[in-house]
Write a protein that binds this ligand. Structure first.
Ligand SMILES: C[S@@+](CC[C@H](N)C(=O)[O-])C[C@H]1O[C@@H](n2cnc3c(N)ncnc32)[C@H](O)[C@@H]1O
Length: 298
């Protein structure tokens, strides 16, 4: 097994594939593919000392060849990934979960929010459902609405909601942002929206082309979805509520477009960034606030 994984890692390195959709190095990526091909579990150290039969070796090499030739992220080949310590089914209908927001959820949002006061959560742009489901697990008293505009993504999210037996606490809603939510109000709106600008999108490694473009593309500057969140969240937040959004590399563009908003940019122990927190009262109010935000962005 070790030899099989080592040789797979050498091939991945030589081919210059991009890592960043679940693993960040060739050995882990090779191990994920080899173990999947052989139907073996990751959490059993004994698997690395096993001998693989010829047919199994061939299957593992074939999977690595596909990873290299088609530049398919490994997670789409294995159909499984982990987020906030939980397993999720994924396929190319959804973005591969990787948001640093996982770290905050695992800490129940400490020290920024008081978990006990979070009774209703909205996950805007839920994709695989990873953020909504991880929130429901971390806050077992909370009700979670998980919104996505993509029916394909909602099918994957539904599968994960069933898998984690959260049908009573995670409600899946098809909606263009807040359009189908009526007057619903939340203690926390959390979102990893699309935020990649046109130029950055064109320069991304080939692996990203396997992800749904609706999950990445957000207009010329990457701000389309963030503008909606900043403009409309206040009227969907309860007093004392909070908006938590990942914008990744678009952080600078967000600051330039909304210079008056007092963004709190969070730090992460496990890496990643570009995540801001705003209190409900810091957000632009209905009408006037939106005008202010538009002026600020001009
Ligand atoms: C970056 S992905 C995040 C998926 C998931 N939350 C995660 O962190 O892995 C953004 C998601 O927003 C959804 N989306 C894009 N435009 C939307 C809109 N106008 N209204 C609601 N959801 C939208 C996409 O379908 C996609 O699932």
């Amino acid at each position: 097994m070790r030899q099989l994984i080592d040789s797979g890692a050498r091939r991945l390195r030589r081919a210059g594939v991009f890592f960043g959709h679940g693993t960040d190095n060739a050995w882990d990526e090779s191990a994920a593919l080899v173990l999947h091909a052989l139907g073996l579990a990751h959490d059993d150290p004994a698997v690395y000392a096993r001998r693989a039969g010829l047919a199994a070796q061939h299957g593992a090499r074939e999977l690595i060849s596909r990873r290299i030739a088609e530049r398919i992220p490994a997670v789409y080949l294995t159909g499984e990934t982990w987020f906030a310590g939980l397993p999720f089914y994924v396929d190319s209908r959804v973005l591969i979960p990787r948001s640093p927001i996982a770290e905050l959820i695992e800490r129940r949002f400490a020290p920024w929010l008081e978990a006990r006061r979070i009774g209703r959560v909205l996950d805007m742009g839920t994709g695989s459902g990873c953020i909504a489901i991880a929130c429901a697990k971390a806050l077992p008293w909370a009700q979670v609405d998980a919104v996505d505009i993509s029916p394909d993504a909602l099918e994957v999210a539904a599968r994960n909601v069933r898998r984690h037996r959260l049908g009573r606490r995670v409600r899946l809603v098809r909606s263009d942002h807040f359009a189908a939510l009526g007057a619903a109000r939340y203690d926390l709106i959390v979102s990893n929206p699309p935020y990649v600008g046109a130029r950055e999108l064109a320069s991304l490694p080939k692996e990203y082309r396997h992800e749904p473009s609706i999950a990445l593309a957000a207009g010329a500057a990457g701000l389309d979805s963030v503008r909606v969140l900043l403009g409309q969240s206040r009227r969907h937040l309860r007093p004392g509520g909070a908006l938590l959004v990942e914008v990744g590399n678009t952080e600078q563009a967000v600051q330039r477009a909304f210079p008056r908003l007092p963004f709190l940019w969070l730090q992460f122990e496990r890496g990643g960034g570009g995540v801001f927190l705003l209190g409900a009262e810091q957000l632009p109010g209905p009408g006037g606030g939106r005008r202010r935000a538009r002026r600020a962005s001009a």
